[in-house]
Write a protein that binds this ligand. Structure first.
Ligand SMILES: Cc1cc2nc3c(=O)[nH]c(=O)nc-3n(C[C@H](O)[C@H](O)[C@H](O)COP(=O)(O)O)c2cc1C
Length: 369
């Protein structure tokens, strides 16, 4: 049997296959209310045969918004909108996990109704705000009260996720957003208990995790990390020690899963003077797999063939596909039946409005008829 179809116990969940869907921001909501809509119900339901699906990143407050038209989970109406998505996925026999997220400094005030962006330290990313014309602004350095407020907002988001019926929650701790900004020392220069040592920089992340566990139980909570990603002007002086510590803490909490994004950024990324990823950690899976007893998920640039090889070699247990799930709504069926995959995803419609590039990728069996 193809190992991608070997069922997998992931915390309290049982996955029928190991072909999972990565979080994919698609910005299909009305930009004023950010309520999940019927387009989204159709889009997720079409992909319900995945081992499990992650939602696009879901902001937990107005100040965590970064992409116009992304669905929130901080109002009653948004929660009810998500419930429609979740109910429909469940009716098709699928599993769906919410990716809760805060943009921190990786945003612009104009996407947050004029609110100043927050970060662990008042350090302005040298990159442009992603998917926009704006240069970054100087962020407000969060006070202890601000930190406590955001932890509570994550907790409330988990409560709302539960109300919507999600099977679990993934905390987005990667790619230069708020949690990652606390973790890595290029963005966190604090002198208090949330900055300095690896333990202190990990404190915010672990406090948020502990609140989410209180709502969902550890068997339904996971994280996404990207230890060597450079996106959003991120770097750490010693990512191997930082993430070894953090993963051991995740293991101690018996989290259901870690999704490990294996970036391969070239040396001196964008001339910022950072070391290349592979210089810092040559093999992420070799470094981190022994530290975690839960399910380790590989992500970034995999094909079914490379995923099978990695799982067979016990480098990780399951895979998340991103772009392949955009252009192949029936990805699981295609892999199972050895149908050709569509590698032609249309980047120009990743973040646009309406059905184009969202609901019009054909199912293989439809095309053949
Ligand atoms: C259109 C698009 C939107 C994305 N949105 C998110 C997101 O909301 N949250 C997240 O963690 N990653 C996001 N990513 C990154 C993917 O989850 C994944 O890490 C990346 O695409 C690499 O996997 P792939 O090579 O299989 O596509 C996005 C990627 C794409 C292409």
């Amino acid at each position: 049997m193809n190992i991608l179809f070997k069922p997998l116990k992931m915390g309290d969940m049982l996955l029928p296959n190991r072909i999972c869907m990565a979080a994919l921001t698609r910005q299909r909501c009305d930009i004023n209310d950010l309520i999940p809509n019927d387009l989204m119900v159709k889009y997720y339901t079409l992909r319900a045969e995945a081992g499990f699906m992650l939602t696009e990143c879901v902001p937990i407050s107005e100040r965590s918004l970064a992409f116009p038209g992304q669905p929130g989970i901080y109002t009653k109406e948004q929660t009810l909108g998500w419930k429609k998505v979740v109910d429909s996925v469940h009716a098709k026999g699928g599993r769906i996990i919410a990716q809760v997220w805060h943009s921190g400094r990786a945003c612009h005030s104009s996407f947050q109704n004029g609110l100043q962006v927050w970060a662990p330290s008042a350090i302005t990313p040298r990159s442009k705000v992603r998917r926009s014309q704006f240069f970054h602004e100087v962020p407000h350095e969060m006070t202890i009260d601000d930190i406590k407020l955001v932890i509570q907002q994550f907790k409330q988001a988990a409560i709302n996720c539960k109300e919507a019926g999600f099977d679990g929650v993934q905390l987005h701790c990667g790619t230069g957003y708020l949690i990652d900004q606390f973790l890595r020392d290029s963005a966190n220069k604090r002198n208090d208990e949330y900055g300095g040592s690896i333990q202190n920089r990990s404190k915010f992340c672990l406090e948020v995790i502990d609140e989410i566990i209180k709502i969902y139980g550890n068997g339904r909570v996971g994280v996404k990390i990207s230890p060597v990603a450079r996106v959003n002007d991120m770097c750490d002086s010693d990512p191997l020690s930082l993430f070894s510590y953090l993963i051991k803490e995740f293991d101690a909490r018996q989290l259901a899963f870690i999704e490990l994004r294996d970036d391969n950024d070239i040396a001196n990324y964008s001339n910022y003077g950072y070391p290349g990823s592979k210089e810092q950690i040559p093999d992420l899976f070799q470094a981190f797999k022994p530290l975690f007893k839960g399910v380790l998920i590989g992500n970034m640039g995999y094909t079914p063939e490379t995923a099978i090889k990695n799982i067979e070699e016990n480098r990780f247990d399951a895979v998340t596909f991103g772009k392949l799930f955009i252009s192949n709504p029936d990805l699981v069926t295609r892999i199972q039946k050895n149908y050709e995959l569509n590698y032609k995803w249309d980047e120009s419609t990743f973040y646009t409005k309406g059905e184009k590039g969202y609901l019009d990728y054909p199912l293989y069996e439809e095309v053949q008829q």
